[in-house]
Ligand binder design. Structure first.
Ligand code: CUA
Length: 341
C-alpha cells in the first residue's frame, strides 16, 4: 500500500507546486521546518539498507558461481581456516558504528521535535469519536487547525474517549492523543496552504472519517480569520450559526440532515415529531428534549440506536445550543419526507 502511494506520488511529482517542495518518490511535500530532519534520517537508513542489500546479493551471486560444488571438499581439507578473527571484528564493529550513527541522528531530530520553542502559539486539540476540535486562546472552537505561517505552534492534545493519533504527513508529525492525559507536540509551517490531518489509531466505526485540515494563513491573515470566526454567532442568522456548529462540533459525523440513519438518528424533520425510546416510552422532539439530548445524551435514547453519543456538557454554551435548536427546527420548516428514528 505504501509502495502504491509512493508510486502515485512519484508519478504526480512532475508538476511541482510551491508547496510541493521536498516531495520525493517516498515522501509527501515538506510542509514544516522539522520535516527535513525526519526525511534525512529516512534517507540515511534507506540508502544504508540499499547499499548492504546490493552488496549482500552481489557477493552471494558471485560466490554461488565461484564456489559451486566445492564446499564439501574444502570442509574436509586440513588447514582451511574455520573462522577469520579480523573479518568477524570488522563485520561487528562497522554495523555497530552505523547504528550508533543512526541513533544519534534520530535522537537529535526527536529532541528537536519534542521541545517546543519558548514563543510557541498554543492551540488545544480535543479528539473524540470521530472528530478533531481545535480550541484557540480566545475560546473559539473550530473543526480545522488554522495557524499563521512561520510561527511555532504548540498543540496540547487530549481525548474525550479512546486513544486517537494526530497525524499530519506533510509535517512528518504524529502523536498519540490519550484520554486522561495531555500530549504535546509542535510544528512550524513553512508556506501558506492546506495540509491533511488523519487519525492513525484505529478508534472505531468512523476512524477513517476522522479527518481535518491544517490551514496555514499568510502573515496577518490568521489574526483576521480568528477575529471573524469567533464572532460568527453574532454575525449570522441563528439557523446558519447552528449549521456551522453542527459541522464544527462533530454532530455531522453521526447525525445526517438528509433523512439517512447514521450512527445516530437523522435530524431532518424531527422537530415536533414523536419518537419511540429504548425504554418503551415515547418523546416529542421539542427545544427541551434537544437540549437534554445534547447535555445528557444517555437520558433518552431513541429506539434502535446505541447510547454512544458523548456529552456536550461544558463544551457548548447556552447560546450555542440555542442556535443548534434553531438549525434543527429549520430542517423541519424546509419540509420533505421524514424517516423513522
Ligand atoms: Cu480517531 Cu482513529
Amino acid at each position: 500500500m505504501n509502495l502504491l502511494i509512493g508510486i502515485l506520488q512519484g508519478l504526480t511529482a512532475g508538476n511541482l507546486l510551491q508547496t510541493d517542495r521536498g516531495r520525493t518518490f517516498w515522501m509527501p511535500p515538506q510542509g514544516s521546518t522539522g520535516a527535513s530532519s525526519v526525511d534525512n534520517v529516512f534517507d540515511l537508513i534507506f540508502w544504508i539498507s540499499m547499499f548492504f542489500f546490493a552488496l549482500i546479493v552481489i557477493v552471494m551471486v558471485v560466490f554461488v558461481f565461484r564456489y559451486r560444488a566445492r564446499g564439501r571438499e574444502l570442509d574436509s581439507k586440513p588447514g582451511v581456516p574455520k573462522h577469520n578473527f579480523r573479518l568477524e571484528l570488522a563485520w561487528t564493529i562497522i554495523p555497530l558504528l552505523i547504528v550508533i550513527g543512526i541513533f544519534y541522528v534520530g535522537l537529535r531530530g526527536f529532541l528537536d521535535m519534542a521541545v517546543p520553542p519558548a514563543n510557541a502559539y498554543e492551540v488545544q486539540v480535543t479528539a473524540q469519536r470521530w472528530k478533531w476540535l481545535f480550541t484557540y486562546p480566545n475560546g473559539y472552537v473550530d473543526e480545522n487547525l488554522h495557524v499563521p505561517v512561520g510561527r511555532p505552534i504548540q498543540l496540547v492534545m487530549t481525548s474525550e474517549d479512546v486513544i486517537h493519533s494526530f497525524f499530519v504527513p506533510d509535517f512528518r508529525l504524529k502523536m498519540d492523543v490519550v484520554p486522561g492525559r495531555y500530549s504535546k507536540t509542535w510544528f512550524e509551517a513553512k508556506n501558506p496552504g492546506q495540509h491533511q490531518i488523519f487519525c492513525t489509531e484505529y478508534c472505531g466505526t468512523g476512524h477513517s472519517d476522522m479527518l481535518a485540515s491544517v490551514v496555514v494563513h499568510e502573515p496577518g491573515g490568521f489574526e483576521r480569520w480568528l477575529e471573524d470566526a469567533a464572532d460568527f454567532i453574532e454575525n449570522l442568522p441563528p439557523a446558519e450559526a447552528g449549521q456551522m456548529l453542527y459541522q464544527q462540533r462533530g454532530c455531522a459525523q453521526c447525525h445526517s440532515v438528509d433523512g439517512r440513519a447514521g450512527i445516530g438518528p437523522t435530524l431532518k424533520g424531527i422537530f415536533g415529531q414523536t419518537h419511540p425510546m429504548q425504554d418503551g416510552s415515547s418523546v416529542t422532539v421539542d427545544e427541551d428534549y434537544i437540549r437534554e439530548s445534547i447535555l445528557d445524551p444517555q437520558a433518552k435514547v431513541v429506539a434502535g440506536y446505541q447510547p454512544v453519543m458523548p456529552t456536550f456538557q461544558g463544551k457548548l454554551k447556552d447560546k450555542e445550543i440555542t442556535v443548534i435548536i434553531a438549525y434543527i427546527k429549520s430542517l423541519t420548516d424546509s419540509g420533505g419526507e421524514q424517516e423513522e428514528g
